[in-house]
Design a protein around this ligand. Structure first.
Ligand code: 1CP
Length: 348
């Protein structure tokens, strides 16, 4: 069978640490509230309904990809949707924040947490993948994603977005056996979910450990790393894995050792310094501060050049933000960023 052209795209090549003609760029949360087209759709449907309507979810992402001119699409979905078929009641409040109706607080809650045996209840995600892949240019890869066990546990225990993570940390230390059982369920369920996404047609997967930066290195090693590794080890070989755990650069060597081919880097550490820490055998993705997109064309272009200069010509770089794009971002500024990476990131 003839290889699809996405297989030779800058994004896929960079993920495999191969030389590229240009630096690939995509943005975390590239489809979202900062886009007028998205806000218009959200006036008609709730966020969860949007995720569960594959034609619409695909349209939202395809519109963003076209508007920005990025080098990859990510499925329009959410890391929290897996919690529903595992037995947790998920809602999004009118202000956008998530809420779990029956958070995990004790050992009987952990027993009630259902390991995902089949992805039947998440079939809408697989359909979003099919529709997005169908509408996407053959030259662009599609990224699937899921939350890492710790970040899922943080929402499952806290019950909402937390600032200090006191409940999840207390649970981890006070109930280590229940913690292990819960993390095992999240790791195995997420592996099944990501493998189904791969079978449905995504070319890479990204694992979001969005809140892991709240932990010390010691606690990461003891309570989190074994389960991130369990998950990553179960993913179908041959699919590049992007492992993103922002917030605490001290964790980078352990995040790398937990697994993945591309390590996501936030803006708290310089990209060249981060790459030296993770090592040249790994690709890296990052790391512009999303706040820069609230400034102006000149500052955005200079910031892009600065990062590209730090990276130099090392193969295996994927340009992205250090975390998700902010809702206040003017769309023109996001386009300016993508254009600047394409202008200055041509490898001559
Ligand atoms: O319309 C709205 O109000 C919903 C806003 C929104 C969007 C656009 C949420 C609610 N989720 C998403 C989509 C989404 N979420 C995507 C796909 C779209 C894209 O990238 O363009 C992805 C990859 C996510 C992943 C996600 N959801 C993460 C990991 C990424 C990160 O930013 O660290 C997390 C933590 C979530 C949880 C979540 N989803 C939505 C909210 C408001 C939150 C809570 C964030 C918090 O706790 O502060």
């Amino acid at each position: 069978m003839k290889k699809r052209t996405w297989d030779d795209s800058p994004m896929m090549r960079a993920a495999r640490c191969q030389v590229t003609e240009s630096v690939p760029v995509w943005l975390m949360r590239q489809a979202g509230r900062y886009m007028p087209e998205y806000r218009e759709i959200r006036e008609r449907v709730s966020f969860i309904e949007l995720c569960k309507t594959p034609e619409l979810a695909a349209e939202v992402m395809l519109t963003a990809v076209q508007r920005l001119g990025v080098d990859a699409a990510i499925i329009f979905s959410d890391i929290l949707l897996i919690l529903e078929p595992m037995g947790l009641e998920l809602e999004f409040e009118p202000d956008g924040g998530p809420r779990i109706g029956n958070p995990i607080r004790n050992s009987s809650d952990v027993n009630l947490l259902r390991e995902l045996e089949s992805v039947e209840d998440l079939e809408f995600v697989m359909n979003t993948i099919r529709y997005t892949r169908e509408g996407l240019d053959d030259s662009l890869p599609l990224i699937g994603f899921a939350g890492a066990p710790f970040t899922l546990a943080a929402y499952a225990i806290e019950g909402n977005s937390s600032r200090n993570f006191r409940l999840v940390k207390a649970f981890m230390h006070v109930c280590p056996n229940e913690w292990q059982e819960m993390m095992r369920k999240f790791a195995l369920s997420t592996a099944r979910y990501l493998n189904s996404q791969i079978n449905a047609g995504v070319q890479l997967v990204q694992i979001f450990d969005s809140w892991v930066g709240c932990l010390s290195d010691e606690d990461y090693k003891k309570y989190v790393k074994p389960y991130s590794r369990m998950l990553i080890d179960l993913i179908i070989p041959g699919t590049p894995i992007i492992h993103f755990g922002p917030g605490n650069p001290i964790l980078l060597p352990d995040i790398r050792d937990a697994g993945g081919h591309v390590i996501g880097i936030d803006w708290r550490i310089a990209i060249d310094q981060a790459w030296n820490i993770v090592g040249a055998d790994y690709a890296v993705q990052g790391n512009l501060d999303p706040a820069i997109l609230l400034t102006n064309r000149e500052i955005i272009r200079q910031s892009v050049q600065h990062i590209l200069r730090q990276v130099g010509r090392r193969p295996g770089f994927i340009f992205n933000l250090g975390h998700g794009i902010m809702p206040q971002t003017p769309v023109e500024n996001a386009i300016t960023l993508v254009d600047a990476v394409h202008e200055f990131g041509v490898v001559r």
